[in-house]
Design a protein around this ligand. Sequence first.
Ligand SMILES: Nc1ncnc2c1ncn2[C@@H]1O[C@H](COP(=O)(O)OP(=O)(O)OP(=O)(O)O)[C@@H](O)[C@H]1O
Ligand SMILES: [Mg+2]
Length: 334
Amino acid sequence: MSAPILTVENMDVSFKIASENYKALENITFSVYPNEVVGIVGESGCGKSLTSQAILGILPKNAIVEQGKMKYKHVDLRELKDKDWRKIRGKNISMIFQEPMTALNPLVTVGKQISEGLKVHTSYSKDEMKKRTIQMMEKVGLPRAKELYKAYPHQLSGGMQQRVVIAIALIAEPDLIIADEPTTALDVTIQAQILALFRKIKYERKSSMIFISHDWGVIRNICDRVLVMYAGHIVEEGTLSEILNNPKHPYTKALIQAIPDHRKRGIELFTIPGKVPSLQDRKRDVCPFADRCSHRFDACDKEVPKIERIEGTHAAKCHLYTKEAGLHRDYTNH
Ligand SMILES: Nc1ncnc2c1ncn2[C@@H]1O[C@H](COP(=O)(O)OP(=O)(O)OP(=O)(O)O)[C@@H](O)[C@H]1O
Ligand SMILES: [Mg+2]
């Protein structure tokens, strides 16, 4: 396998709230390889956005990376100063958020905002920049690109605005795109169109992506590998098929069981009892999922499980599979 383009190792992130430190991410370790789309799933508040904010150096002011390594190719992301980040953001790594209007400047025309990445990162002439911007607008499915070039964001629909955001993210040809719930704010038919655009980007441009979503329908459509997050931990990782067809962690199993299924119409939808604990309510030094887990046993309240490789690319952070406490347990029939 080729070298990863992004590596995160043992990263912890904490918030300072009323002079107390609360751990929000713990021991985050994963890699992204060239040409692959890595999904991050998990309920609200599990740390999906925080993970991407830490990578991009855009954490909220009261959050700090306490430890860990983050590397983009050979660049140590934790060492970067603001001016170094300006060179990397857009050119190497770019980000797409849920709400297009928070990413767009309402006072600047669409064309100008898209071409900005070329202005910063290339030495193309004005005409060349305009030509490339219009080509990019066409690629992301913006109709009448020449006219739209001069439009302001509020003149566009939500779906069109998100296409503009995607064009901004792609224009300097980054090799890693981080998309945080990029379809969630859009209505269902537009969601499907934007997802189709992401698939096109995946297959045509072959850039790597981190794709954050609550929605397994979306994850299933685009991801090669999946990280499942719970209460600040990556509790399971594997290929899309390993996670969907052979989930190991009780949390992943429960999430999958909770996917709405049209064949089960009329049967009450399964929901996971309880909720993700807030930062202040998280217990330390125990399994973070123990309180909601239907397979809890003595080890779960004694220590945080280590991530254990199930096989190949598949790993889970659960005492049912740790050498110390589990492995001997027959979990196959659950
Ligand atoms: N600025 C902040 N100050 C304090 N706590 C925060 C802040 N931002 C996030 N958190 C907390 O950090 C945890 C992780 O938040 P994060 O936004 O990463 O969740 P998420 O998985 O992206 O959820 P969602 O699916 O709702 O977007 C949550 O408990 C959240 O309340
Ligand atoms: Mg989020």
